[in-house]
Design a protein around this ligand. Structure first.
Ligand code: SME
Length: 137
């Protein structure tokens, strides 16, 4: 396999490991930015397939993180108006930007079927995951 297939495979393994080992991580995916088109593109995921493989900057929780460069924790998705629903079973979401050489190049997105499960511990853990992932990109 060439280098990019290798990276895609490793990203998928990270998604599968997180989704299978943490009970309230029901869907785990990595989106990466296309700076020219101003869109996010789903590169790897674990969980149910989603229709939202391309998301414009600014749209939904993911699109907002592409422009804010900030963690976004959503304890209750029903309380958000700029939100893209992937599944009616999703109750909460966390999106953490992924930085490479100080630049926001993408993000990890996690959906949960549980209400308000994400703590600062998840934020610190997922920031660390993203740092590790940045090293294989
Ligand atoms: N809910 C996200 C869209 C991506 S799906 O969760 C996989 C959002 O509002 O950006």
């Amino acid at each position: 396999a060439d280098e990019s297939e290798n990276t895609d495979q490793r990203l998928k393994e990270v998604c599968e490991l997180l989704q299978s080992s943490i009970g309230y991580y029901d869907w785990v995916g990595f989106y990466f930015a296309n700076e020219v088109e101003k869109t996010l593109h789903l590169k790897a995921f674990a969980g149910e397939p989603t229709d939202h493989t391309v998301i414009p900057f600014g749209k939904g929780i993911c699109g907002q993180v592409a422009v804010s460069n900030q963690n976004f924790v959503v304890p209750d998705v029903k309380a958000q108006d700029n939100y893209i629903a992937c599944s009616i079973t999703v109750k909460s979401e966390i999106v953490i930007p992924l930085f490479k050489n100080g630049k926001n190049i993408g993000q990890i997105d996690i959906d949960s079927h549980m209400e308000d499960p994400f703590s600062e511990e998840d934020e610190r853990f997922l920031e660390w995951v993203n740092e590790e992932v940045a090293n294989i990109l």
